[in-house]
Design a protein around this ligand. Structure first.
Ligand code: SF4
Ligand code: SF4
Length: 491
């Protein structure tokens, strides 16, 4: 097992001074807060629930980690994008797990992770299967964890069919976060997504099945919202099936009290053995997903940083350390030790304050530039809110939109790692360039001349001038250096 208190990634670095000078010389002054919701934007009770939840707060996802335990494998519906038989250590997508656990095994694993991963703040049950349908195992797991690690947030995901019958118990168990996957509000569209459901000891098919599912989802959502439980709605964007319809879904779920809406791209491949995979239904391209998200009116309530994690994922979003904690690697007896998590939280509290200050400074710098374009910036980061990863080591890039209006997180792009065993892979580079479609500039801690030239040839600028700077500070420095110079030239 790795040595885990990865505090290095969040230590202030000397280079930040250089950044501050660059920004100050760019004319920064105080300005309003960044684009992510923060304590100034919401009710304190809600802020307390989201501030260290990596999925409910964009900012928290730079610092805090989640883990999923696959304890509830039974499901009461069939989705055309799911194949619950799939079991692979190398696949990263919802529903995929390496091992299913009993509640007791889950307990052992959660304690082992909590002892070793200081960023851990959330435990979720998110498939394969349905946490509400397989309720006995879900409840047994959460009851044990809540007793042993009372400060961990409990989170569950459900298709919503069996949700209404468990809402009161969910509230009693202090489960503050529930995700419902809602892909339609029109059962005619639902019939293209769900071939059948199993409800009240009966199997239903077609439009009738989707009508029942829709009614139960809406009822469950309203019941949770009435009890102040934060609801995230996940919707799978399926081009040609529900992509345009999701605008209406967004309107309705927000009106019924959803806290966040997370539009996720369909993942579809014949090798996965799903109905959509086998029938050639494609998923959306990154820019199609962004275009849909941009059309949704209230951007502040949109989750854009979802990584579509495995159902047994462990770690910060975008990384998966699950294989380090397989049951056969864990001791039979393990006692909870909160010391690493406690120490980490103290450091993060300080770090977050510093990050906020730099974010404001960065945005003030951008606001001073007139008539410059909105650009998409891809960041190589290992977490901690900094530009701290070599280009060749990145398996994803976080994408930010920057303009004089501010800097906002708009998504991520998954890529195959360019650097393999010390050498760059040309074949991989081609895939990376394709995945970076529409990106104006990549900022990373370091990059070699060869990939830099290939990116430049594809029209993507790259810079490693701000290693370990805060992400927003690096973006602002690049933006000011680029557009200030251009504006001076054209003046
Ligand atoms: S609800 Fe979840 S587990 Fe059930 S079929 Fe759909 S994706 Fe698969
Ligand atoms: S799948 Fe999305 S919402 Fe769920 S844990 Fe991963 S990032 Fe969070």
């Amino acid at each position: 097992m790795a040595n885990l208190i990865s505090l290095d990634s969040i230590k202030p670095v000397a280079r930040a001074e250089t950044m501050r000078e660059a920004l100050e010389s760019g004319g920064c002054s105080s300005a309003s807060c960044g684009s992510s919701d923060g304590p100034a934007d919401m009710d304190p009770a809600v802020w307390a629930k989201v501030k260290d939840h990596p999925c409910y707060s964009e900012e928290a996802h730079h610092y805090f980690a989640r883990m999923h335990v696959a304890v509830a494998p039974a499901c009461n519906i069939q989705c055309n994008y799911c194949n619950r038989k799939y079991d692979c250590a190398n696949e990263s997508r919802p529903g995929v797990v390496s091992e299913k656990l009993t509640p007791e095994q889950a307990m052992r694993k959660v304690i082992a992770v909590a002892n070793e991963v200081p960023q851990l703040s959330v435990l979720g049950i998110a498939g394969p299967g349905d946490a509400c349908y397989d309720w006995r195992k879900t409840k047994a797991t959460f009851d044990q964890i809540a007793q042993q690690i009372p400060d961990i947030k409990l989170c569950l995901s459900t298709n919503g069919l069996a949700l209404p019958e468990h809402v009161d118990e969910i509230a009693r168990m202090n489960i503050d976060h529930v995700t419902i996957t809602i892909n339609m509000i029109d059962p005619e569209i639902g019939a293209k997504i769900y071939p059948w459901i199993f409800h009240n000891h009966r199997r239903y098919e077609g439009v009738e099945a989707s009508q029942i599912l829709h009614e139960r989802q809406m009822l469950g959502l309203e019941m949770l919202a009435a009890r102040n439980i934060l609801v995230k709605v996940n919707s799978v964007m399926i081009p040609g099936v529900n992509d345009q319809h999701l605008l209406e879904v967004n309107r309705v779920v927000k009106a019924k009290g959803a806290f966040l809406h997370n539009i996720m791209p369909l993942i579809s491949d014949p090798a996965h053995g799903t109905h959509y995979g086998l029938t050639g239904q494609r998923g959306p391209r990154a820019l199609e997903l962004k275009a849909l998200q941009d059309r949704l009116a209230d951007g502040t309530k949109l989750m854009r940083h979802c990584r579509q994690c495995r159902a047994d994922a462990v770690g910060l979003l975008g990384e998966d350390r699950g294989q380090e904690f397989n049951l056969d690697l864990l001791p039979e007896e393990v006692a909870y030790d909160p010391s690493k998590r406690d120490a980490y939280r103290e450091i993060v509290a300080v770090e977050l304050g510093e990050h906020q200050t730099h974010k404001k400074g960065a945005e003030a710098g951008l606001a001073a530039v007139d008539a410059a374009p909105a650009v998409l910036v891809a960041i190589a980061t290992k977490g901690g809110g900094r530009i701290n990863q070599h280009f060749g080591h990145a398996s994803e890039f976080q994408v930010f939109e920057a303009s004089p209006e501010g800097i906002s997180f708009v998504g991520h792009r998954k890529v195959d790692q360019y650097c393999q065993g010390g050498w760059g892979e040309d074949a991989t580079l081609e895939g990376m360039i394709a995945a970076l479609e529409g990106i104006d500039v990549v900022l990373c801690a370091k990059i070699g001349d060869c990939p830099k030239d290939s990116l430049a040839a594809a029209g993507i600028a790259v810079s490693d001038a701000w290693p370990h700077a805060w992400i927003e500070s690096g973006i602002a420095a690049w933006y000011l250096a680029t557009y200030r110079a251009e504006l001076r030239l054209s003046a």
